[in-house]
Design a protein around this ligand. Structure first.
Ligand code: 3HC
Length: 653
């Protein structure tokens, strides 16, 4: 092996038996920052001119091959050489270049690998072009080279979804040529030596395999419907579907499209979310806190919520002890959980051995004492203070003093629940969203006395459960439901002032919410909010504007879809505007002598967004939410706010 040659601060190489082994070392994810691009550029020039070098291997240091272009460089002045130029030089090199994928090859990282003449992956490697998730299209050849390698339908699937493929799938699709079972670099060197015997196989020179136009049309229509107005997936479809044209033409179109999208508001919004997600788990004061190991979770209450939590926990590898009030209820919970696991088995998300393993880690009981081995107990019982306090008092007697107790309350004050225990410092809130095995958001509630290691453990467990944890302080409804209440209030003001439920819903759906507010209400049922309003009636500030329309609906037995009627009627299950609801609204307006006026969709959306942002500001001032980005994450992942708009706090700026 030769001495190490340094081409830039992040790119170096050694020569082994005529093979230049180039390593990219740009922590944390080997992004193709300017320094990496210039280093590779120099390494290629060196390889081309040094007669002692017969071929090249490119690999990454650490656990990532290349995580993509450097997102931090977006929006800043361009620095030469651009990535497409470097990639073009790799493909054009007269000597064979092998990509040795030691880990994830994403975005620009995969594009770089696609320009190499051969690709070998370690079994833990992953590939993907997730650019659409950042509101852009691949900008360094992905939409043109991938179809040349795997055909248009498979390229459409990968690029338009932005999904990540594991090494095995990458091999079967033809994205990588070989998996290295043992020493990746040694295998890549051998392949590089062998390749000198034949002319390099340049991806850009391959023809795009003919595909059935009807199949492409069908796949494209599906992608566009799912994109709900986002620009990047549509542009990706256009570029991939036209990839049979000359490479240079396709690449030029791709680059222009990439640059225009990169500078769009939509891409800025999705970048904001990307960084907010990574920021969310960085909580001041927890930097050096050690977390105890957690292996066994207790779950109290095996209804829909508890069962969903159990499924997430079993999937994450935890042992689960489920508690319900009677043995019969516990058995029912067991059945429900197994039913959910069976669905995962049927859909292929879980294989038989995974199913068996998860089933073997599930126990249910009606006896509190059986929770003794738990490291963390999550209660998901009826949202009633007396019920929860009684449960926590009982749990206090059976769990270890160092075990953690978590409440899944949505609206109650967890400090009051914690106060009922001998160790309030070991209590926190874990507010899951339903269905808990599907929804990514998890509000982690820092109670008044929650100890730092308890909060840190909550975050660690949340991540292991594959959730997106957002820390919130104690307030009624925490971050999400506080904001939800604020914009629901605004929607009711709009109703009283002249808008109708379907007009408000249409404005929200046009904006990008999957469903309007009143349609969601009907689906969830109106009675829980009604009960809460009745509870709050005695303490409500009489000078505050209060809209009684929802109460009138409930009094008329219109409790939502389950009762066949709510804000809408549901003849044959289909949501329909109901003149009876319009009449109730008109009566309430008349009672308050309000002369209704009409509202444009824009006006409705603006008022709703302003209400969300104003409440968000209050949460920041009160210290309930630490960052505007945390609020945006909650609204996007728990309340259907369209991600490509960036969340209410991003929109405000
Ligand atoms: N550019 C800049 N920083 C990046 C980055 C990127 N492409 N990808 C990740 N990072 C940063 C993160 O912000 C984070 O920084 P922090 O420590 O300061 O918070 C750090 O790297 C670690 O990231 P993760 O916490 O996500 O680390 P993981 O190990 O969990 O995941 C990963 C690694 C799978 C590479 C994941 O980071 C990821 O998915 N990254 C984004 C991949 C992507 O979208 N690539 C496409 C970029 S656009 C592009 O390539 C355009 C091209 O077509 C021209």
């Amino acid at each position: 092996m030769s001495e190490v040659t340094t081409f830039s601060a992040t790119v170096s190489a050694t020569t082994r038996d005529g093979v230049l082994v180039v390593t990219i070392d740009n922590a944390p994810v080997n992004a193709t920052s300017a320094n990496v691009r210039s280093g590779i550029d120099k390494a290629l020039a060196h390889a081309e001119t040094d007669p002692g070098i017969k071929s090249v291997v490119i690999t990454g240091a650490g656990k990532t091959f290349i995580g993509g272009a450097d997102i931090n460089e977006f929006g800043k002045p361009a620095i030469d050489p651009p990535l497409p130029d470097v990639i073009g030089k790799i493909e054009a090199l007269s000597k064979p270049v092998v990509a040795a994928l030691n880990g994830a090859a994403l975005g620009g990282g995969l594009e770089l690998a696609l320009s190499c003449h051969y690709r070998i992956a370690s079994p833990s490697a992953q590939v993907g072009l997730p650019e659409v998730k950042l509101g852009i299209v691949p900008g360094a050849g992905g939409t043109q080279r991938l179809p040349r390698l795997i055909g248009i339908p498979a390229a459409l699937d990968l690029i338009a979804s932005g999904r990540i493929a594991k090494a095995g799938e990458a091999l079967s699709l033809g994205i990588v040529d070989e998996l290295a079972e043992d020493d990746l670099t040694a295998t890549a060197i051998k392949a590089a030596q062998k390749l000198t015997a034949t002319p390099p196989r340049r991806t850009g020179e391959l023809p795009v395999a003919p595909a059935d136009p009807a199949e492409i049309e069908k796949a494209s229509a599906k992608i566009l419907a799912k994109a709900r107005g986002q620009k990047a997936p549509a542009e990706a479809v256009r570029l991939i579907a036209s990839s049979h044209r000359p490479l240079a033409e396709g690449l030029a179109d791709e680059r222009t499209t990439f640059l225009a999208l990169r500078d769009s508001r939509e891409a800025a919004a999705l970048r904001h979310i990307f960084f907010a997600e990574r920021e969310a788990s960085k909580v001041a004061g927890l930097e050096n806190v050690e977390t105890p190991p957690v292996t066994t979770l207790g779950i109290c209450g095996l209804g829909l919520m508890g069962s969903g939590i159990a499924v997430a926990a079993l999937g994450a590898g935890y042992s689960v002890i489920g508690l319900d009030q009677t043995q019969e209820a516990a058995e029912k919970g067991h059945e429900r959980i197994i039913g959910l696991l069976e669905r995962n088995l049927a859909s292929g998300r879980l294989d038989q051995s995974g199913f068996d393993a998860q089933k073997s880690r599930l126990f249910v009981t009606a006896s509190d004492a059986d929770l003794a081995p738990c490291d963390l107990v999550i209660e998901a019982v009826f949202d009633d203070l007396a019920v929860k306090i009684d449960l926590f008092r009982r749990l206090d007697k059976v769990i270890r003093p160092d075990a953690i107790l978590a409440t899944n309350t949505s609206y109650l004050n967890p400090d009051e629940i914690a106060a009922a225990t001998a160790h309030p410092e070991r209590v926190l809130g874990l507010h899951f969203f339903s269905p808990a095995h599907v929804m990514r958001l998890l509000e982690v509630v820092r109670c008044e006395k929650t100890a730092p290691d308890v909060l840190a453990t909550g975050l660690t467990v949340a991540k292991k459960l594959k959730k997106l944890p957002v820390v919130t302080g104690v307030t009624e409804g925490f971050i999400g439901n506080r904001i939800f209440s604020a914009y629901r209030r605004e929607a009711e003001y709009l109703l009283e002032d002249g808008a109708l439920p379907h007009e408000i819903d249409a404005a929200l759906e046009d904006y990008g919410f999957p469903m309007g507010l009143f349609a969601v209400y009907d689906m969830a049922g109106l009675e829980i909010a009604w009960a809460r309003r009745k509870r709050q009636a005695a303490t409500r500030d009489p000078s505050e504007r209060y809209v009684e329309i929802a109460d009138r609906l409930c009094e008329a037995g219109r409790l939502g879809q389950k009762s066949g009627r709510g804000w809408y009627a549901y003849p044959d299950g289909k949501r329909t505007i109901d003149p009876e609801v319009t009449a109730i609204i008109e009566t309430e307006r008349a009672k308050k002598h309000i002369t209704p006026r009409s509202f444009s969709k824009d006006e409705i959306t603006r008022r709703m967004l302003q209400a969300m942002a104003a409440e968000g500001e209050t949460l920041l001032v009160e210290g309930i939410a630490a960052r505007p980005g945390d609020i945006d994450l909650v609204m996007i992942n728990g309340y259907g706010f369209p991600a490509h708009k960036g969340g209410p706090m991003f929109v405000k700026n």
